[in-house]
Every structure is written in C-alpha cells, then in structure tokens.
Write a protein that binds this ligand. Structure first.
Ligand code: HEC
Length: 167
C-alpha cells in the first residue's frame, strides 16, 4: 500500500502513530478564537513555505542537483528502478513501482520526495553509492519540494546530462 504517507509500506502504523501524536499536541495548543479554523491551521511550517516569493529556477537550481546525484543511475534504457529522471514525462510516469515520481503541484504525493527524505528506508542516492553520488542536503530536499509544489516546470529544450567527471 502506498498512500503517500511517510514510511511507505509501514505507513499504516505510521499514520496511526501520527494521529495519536496530533491528539496529544492538540491538547497543548491554545484554544482558537475564530470559528473558521484552529490556530494551528494558520501556522505554516518554515520547511514548507516557499522562499520569499522566489520561484525555483529549474535550469539553475534543480538540474545541477539531479545531474550530480541521480542521473548517473536514472537515465537511458537501463535506468535503475526503471525510472528516468532526465525527462519530465518520465518523472511524471514513474518507475517500476507504477507510482508517479513527481506529481506537479503535489510534493506530498510525489514518490521522489519519499525516496529522498531522511526517514525513508529506500533513501536516494543509495548509501553504498554516496562516494560517487553525493546525498542531498536538507536545503536541496526543500528546493526539490518547492519545485514540485510550484508545478515542476521544466523549460522546453533543457536536457540533463551526466557530469563529465564521472568515470
Ligand atoms: C547508485 C545508483 C542510484 C542513484 C545515484 C540514485 N538511485 Fe534512485 N534507485 C536506484 C535503484 C537501484 C532503485 C530501485 C530499487 C528501489 O526502488 O529502492 C532506485 C529507485 C528509485 C525510485 C523509485 C522508482 C520506482 O518507481 O520504483 C525513485 C523515486 C528514485 N530512485 C529516485 C532517485 C533520486 C531522486 C535520486 C537522486 C537524488 C536517485 N534516485 C539516485 C539507484 C540509484
């Protein structure tokens, strides 16, 4: 089962635990005065809010990341996990899981975000290959999330290539 909730096949228990945590946290919140929404709904997590109105630039910010840490395995005919990350359509289609790696506008439903999150059991790039494919920093993960939430724009004609230094 993949519901988009973190921890993939264990998401059923993760969802239950999260519900209990939410109940506990809501006891600690001040009561809201407005009737439309609770106070907590008005707060945005700093991690998720887009950087001060500045839109992510695919060519400048996202492309180099994917080229550095993903394209080496996820391109061409023999792409790992049958997923190519060098074409937008391929990301939307997804790999062997049959789940879209990127759902434009919806990072929480995007399998890719799950694979690069620190809590994932299938963390990418794979730990054994980190010497050749550096892991993503927290800021880079945030950047990818923002790019997806902004619609995963990929200007026509921008082609991803493996870094020349490899092999
Ligand atoms: C060293 C090779 C390697 C690198 C580098 C790598 N991956 Fe992977 N990736 C794999 C392999 C192998 C699988 C299939 C096994 C699995 O699903 O865990 C996979 C699977 C995936 C899947 C699941 C595809 C599906 O539909 O089942 C996603 C999403 C993914 N990788 C994203 C990424 C991203 C994003 C990066 C860069 C940050 C990355 N990978 C870097 C080897 C790699």
């Amino acid at each position: 089962m993949n519901s988009g909730f973190p921890h993939r096949r264990d998401s059923w228990i993760s969802a239950t635990a999260t519900s209990w945590a939410v109940m506990a946290l809501s006891q600690a919140l001040p009561a809201g005065t407005a009737s439309d929404s609770p106070i907590a709904a008005k707060q945005t997590s700093p991690d998720q809010s887009p950087a001060q109105g500045k839109k992510v630039d695919f060519s400048q910010q996202v492309k180099p990341l994917l080229e550095r840490s993903c394209v080496g395995c996820h391109s061409g005919e023999k792409a790992a996990g049958l997923l190519r990350v060098d074409l937008r359509e391929a990301l939307l289609k997804g790999g062997e899981s049959g789940t879209a790696a990127v759902v434009p506008g919806r990072s929480v439903q995007s399998l890719l975000m799950e694979y690069i999150s620190a809590s994932s059991e299938a963390e990418m790039p794979p730990k054994a290959a980190r010497d050749r494919f550096p892991s993503l920093s927290q800021a880079e993960v945030t950047l990818l999330r923002q790019w997806i939430d902004e619609g995963a724009e990929w200007p026509a004609g921008v082609v991803l290539a493996e870094p020349k230094s490899k092999e």
